[in-house]
Write a protein that binds this ligand. Structure first.
Ligand SMILES: *Cc1c(COP(=O)(O)O)cnc(C)c1O
Length: 398
């Protein structure tokens, strides 16, 4: 169906929750996607940090096909091997001891919030349920997670919000110290704020947060929905930032494009969940977990993680050079293959200009471009993006 017709039908039949680019994608291969006319686009969005192995990765496709033919779904009334194996692999490669599976990032954070409340309730009784989160954060769109999200635009019109959340400035230890009270159950943050414009947590700050949590027996929750699964060049961002959380959430890259989320925790915390205290019909279904296993195996054989780390450094350096040459670039921020640049111009314009030149990029906020390509992106492909950006910025300056 031609894009224009699709746009009209979408306007007619679908709730208008998204601002979409005028592009309908029909096929993907590696780091490229294709529209109906066969036009090729270099993908620096990767389904918003989801398609970490690129499009059509043979191992992932085969794992999904095999599992689909064998068993797609059966519920959590029974055991399935892919689910247990995926939990094992995540535990063996992280700080965590136990995993709960769900279907996406918001659900993973819901699980984390519920787990923290339950843990605190079991240990300290009612009344100690508050969760401190960060301004400018993003944790999802359900009622609990939009309340956790420290952005007015996400919360507006949905009041009353959930009780028991407070917000502090990111990377500000003093504000956090003041916000933690005897009612605080947990502190929740993204090691790198993604949707909020690519802001990296300071190592020293995270160390102080960890100390504070230890002193007050407050749980530390890392939302690694965007930063996890190799995005930053290590399997999880916390490994590079030098601080371990008590609870961590994953989604986006975990299934390589198949919807799945996970909430991981250390044993003493995970024990707060018992049979019946939390659940999900689809959570950890065999199809999603088979995809998750294929993704984990691809990442853990090492080459993709190493590649992501090296290309991430190459990319960051290229963006810094771009900043040195173009005054419109105010700042470069990021880690690994989660990179952002803050601009003195409307970011949306650059997104459109890149689209017209066959490159998909994404803006978070009015002035920030965010790059979250598949982890298999190559240096020549990064060069192509950098050259394209240079052309756009030069044209803007003249
Ligand atoms: C995308 C994202 C979410 C929400 O994930 P959904 O799968 O859209 O519910 C939560 N936290 C972070 C950090 C994210 O980047």
């Amino acid at each position: 169906m031609p894009t224009e017709e699709l746009q009209q039908d979408a306007a007619r039949y679908m709730m208008q929750t998204y601002t979409r680019q005028p592009l309908s994608i029909v096929r993907g291969r590696g780091t490229k996607v294709y529209d109906l006319e066969g036009r090729e686009y270099l993908d620096f969005v990767g389904g918003i940090a989801v398609n970490i192995l690129g499009h059509g990765h043979p191992d992932l496709v085969q794992a999904i096909q095999r599992q689909a033919a064998q068993l797609i779904h059966t519920s959590n009334l029974y055991y399935t091997e892919p689910q247990v194996k995926l939990a094992q692999i995540l535990v063996e490669h992280s700080f965590a001891d136990k995993v709960f599976f769900c279907n996406g990032g918001a659900e993973a954070n819901e699980a984390a919030i519920k787990l923290a409340r339950r843990y605190s309730h079991d240990r300290y009784g009612a009344g100690r349920f508050e969760i401190v989160t960060m301004k400018n954060s993003f944790h999802g769109r359900t009622m609990a997670t939009l309340t956790a999200t420290g952005q007015d635009k996400v919360q507006k019109g949905y009041e009353p919000l959930l009780q028991g959340f407070s917000y502090v400035a990111f990377n500000n230890q003093e504000e956090l110290e003041r916000a933690v009270t005897d009612k605080t159950a947990a502190i929740m943050l993204e090691p790198i704020q993604g949707e909020g414009g690519v802001h990296v947590a300071d190592r020293e700050y995270l160390k102080q947060v960890r100390d504070l949590c230890a002193r007050k027996d407050v749980l530390l929750i890392f939302d690694e929905v965007q930063t996890g699964m190799g995005r930053t060049g290590s399997l999880f961002a916390y490994e590079q930032l030098g601080v371990q959380p008590d609870i961590m959430t994953l989604a986006k890259g975990l299934g390589g494009g198949v919807p799945i989320g996970a909430c991981l925790a250390i044993d003493s915390v995970a024990k707060a969940f018992s049979p019946g205290s939390h659940a999900s019909t689809f959570g950890g279904n065999p199809l999603a977990c088979a995809a998750g296993l294929a993704v984990c195996h691809a990442l853990l054989d090492g080459r993709i993680l190493d590649h992501a780390r090296r290309t991430g450094e190459y990319f960051a350096k290229g963006l810094s050079d771009c900043k040195a040459r173009h005054r419109v670039v105010r700042e470069v921020r990021g880690l690994g293959l989660l990179q952002g640049i803050e601009l003195d111009m409307d970011a949306k314009t650059v997104v459109s200009e890149c689209l017209a030149r066959g490159i998909l990029i994404n803006a978070t906020g009015e002035h920030v471009l965010r790059f979250v390509p598949p982890l298999i992106i190559s240096e020549p492909e990064i060069d192509r993006l950098l050259e394209t950006l240079a052309q756009i910025f030069s044209a803007q300056a003249s």
